[in-house]
Write a protein that binds this ligand. Structure first.
Ligand SMILES: Cc1cc2nc3c(=O)[nH]c(=O)nc-3n(C[C@H](O)[C@H](O)[C@H](O)COP(=O)(O)OP(=O)(O)OC[C@H]3O[C@@H](n4cnc5c(N)ncnc54)[C@H](O)[C@@H]3O)c2cc1C
Length: 274
């Protein structure tokens, strides 16, 4: 197979993976591949990459024809291997607003097909194809005048980073609270930034497997009483967003029903896996 190339900013740019993505171990039919639709594919060139923790990093693309996005939206990344095999995965967008820069934050799944490449393989100057922004339901804008409760499991925090940044940028005075559940302190995304945002967005950290020294609580999965203690109450039209692995989202959403949050006040986004 020949190498597909494109030209951006006058320099030769590889469309990802054309060079380094290995042909899949799976059949093409298994994945979300070659999805057709009205939303066009854009070429994004990697301009910045920052480690977030030992197995995750943020990656920022310059996308010349990007028209901006709302906080909470996601996009699809398409990688093409030398043999023409393509793999498509969805990623939340950590940035929002107008502009041509798009930031993602990727957690590396050791046995994954795409995420190890995005975390370890993609280099500054490489290009991938991006399609989006996608999704108009799991979004927050400053025009929404109700208290906001965000609940993240693991990398599910990414759309909430976009919302929290937007909250700060717009000087919103609407209460916004984040409950961030993660396995251990080494799994945190954007820890320093969340600490700085804490004046605008109240953050409660929760650990399920390993707690930091002196944390004062045993690591455990979120219980009804943890949720009750940490969350904004359902009264006052609180809008709740839950994002993370499928099992996490479903368990938390069910618990919120038990705690009196009306189902129409809850918006969920599932990342797959368990
Ligand atoms: C709307 C949306 C937004 C997303 N945003 C992000 C994001 O911001 N950051 C991010 O890192 N990921 C995000 N994801 C997950 C992402 O799309 C991929 O599923 C993930 O990167 C794994 O892809 P992979 O090719 O490496 O693994 P695959 O080869 O697809 O899967 C490898 C193994 O991991 C399991 N698995 C797949 N996805 C997950 C998961 N999310 N958690 C646990 N196990 C899983 C599979 O069942 C399989 O056993 C999002 C998913 C959706 C639907």
């Amino acid at each position: 197979m020949g190498t597909r190339t494109c030209y951006a900013s006058g320099r030769r740019t590889r469309i990802l993976g054309t060079v380094r993505l290995q042909p899949s171990r799976r059949s093409v039919a298994r994945g979300k591949v070659l999805v057709s639709g009205l939303t066009p594919w854009h070429v994004g060139t990697l301009i910045d990459a920052v480690p977030l923790n030992p197995k995750a990093r943020s990656i920022t693309f310059e996308v010349p024809d990007w028209r901006g996005n709302l906080a909470g939206q996601h996009l699809d990344v398409r990688l093409t291997a030398p043999d023409g095999y393509q793999a498509v995965r969805s990623y939340s967008i950590a940035s929002s607003g107008p502009g041509t820069r798009v930031e993602l934050a990727i957690d590396k799944l050791p046995d994954g097909e795409v995420s190890p490449f995005l975390v370890d393989g993609l280099e500054i100057g490489d290009s991938v194809e991006l399609r989006g922004p996608l999704g108009g339901w799991f979004v927050w804008t400053e025009e929404l005048h109700v208290p906001i409760q965000l609940i993240a499991g693991g990398s599910g925090v990414v759309p909430f980073i976009a919302m929290a940044r937007r909250h700060k940028l717009t000087g919103s005075t609407i209460p916004m609270h984040l409950l961030y559940s993660l396995r251990g302190p080494n799994d945190a995304f954007y820890r320093e930034e969340l600490a700085l945002l804490n004046e605008d967005v109240d953050v409660t950290w929760h650990y399920t497997r390993v707690a930091p020294q002196g944390w004062g609580a045993e690591p455990r999965r979120l219980t009804h009483s943890d949720l009750k203690a940490a969350l904004l109450p359902p009264e006052g039209d609180t809008r709740v967003y839950i994002c993370g692995p499928t099992e996490f989202v479903e368990t938390v959403a069910e618990a919120l029903g038990d705690l009196g949050y009306p189902s129409e006040s809850i918006r969920t986004e599932r990342f797959g896996g368990t």
